[in-house]
Design a protein around this ligand. Structure first.
Ligand code: ASP
Length: 193
């Protein structure tokens, strides 16, 4: 699997103390419309142009994006293993992790990763979007900004959410307790019972 790496410092005022690794596996969130109206993968190096309010978060962000984004209906256990390995290998370098994933099988991947990463003490927040990041009223912006906030927030020096979770449309759910319930409206995930 090949990746493109982009390094983004969201604060211009001072060097941020918090580092977050974003892994873009595929899915609607990281897509943009080209001049002909077709969807093509987004270049995460230009993320500040699409979400200027990220400047307020003061983060040192690294994005690893799959060069061939995977529609999540094609994600298999080999991809879960790869993702688990990527988080494991980068674990000490970052304060938190945000995984951008297609919504169709996000709950399955989040669940598998939650069982792989034993003794986790840092946030691994999965999110995605119902509309591409280039769409005027895309949910990608809010879902990504809040996931970054959750992945980077600490209380008394300790991560506030040290577990694998899905954040989507103002709802934060345990990764292994979530289900996709909606393919059109923004409120796509819930936790039964
Ligand atoms: N089919 C896409 C996927 O699951 C839809 C999405 O991104 O939500 O990868």
């Amino acid at each position: 699997m090949k990746f493109t790496t982009s390094n983004i410092i969201t604060s211009s005022a001072k060097a941020p103390d918090t580092s977050i690794l974003i892994i873009y596996t595929g899915g609607t969130l990281g897509m943009v419309h080209n001049d002909k109206g077709s969807l093509i993968p987004f270049d995460f190096a230009s993320i500040m142009d699409h979400i200027p309010s990220l400047r307020k978060l003061e983060l040192n962000i690294t994005v690893l994006s799959f060069d061939n984004p995977i529609d999540s209906s094609n994600v298999n256990p080999g991809h879960w293993e790869l993702l688990g390995q990527m988080i494991y290998e980068n674990y000490s370098e970052y304060d938190g992790f945000v995984v951008l994933h297609g919504t169709d099988t996000m709950a399955f991947t989040a669940s598998a990763i939650s069982f792989m990463l034993e003794n986790l003490s840092k946030p691994v927040i999965f999110t995605g979007a119902q509309l591409p990041i280039s769409a005027p009223r895309s949910d990608a912006r809010e879902n990504l900004i809040t996931s970054l906030e959750i992945a980077s927030t600490k209380i008394n020096g300790k991560p506030m959410v040290p577990e694998v979770a899905i954040y989507f449309d103002s709802v934060l759910l345990r990764g292994n307790r979530s289900k996709k319930v909606e393919s059109v409206h923004f409120d796509a995930f819930e936790s039964e019972n």
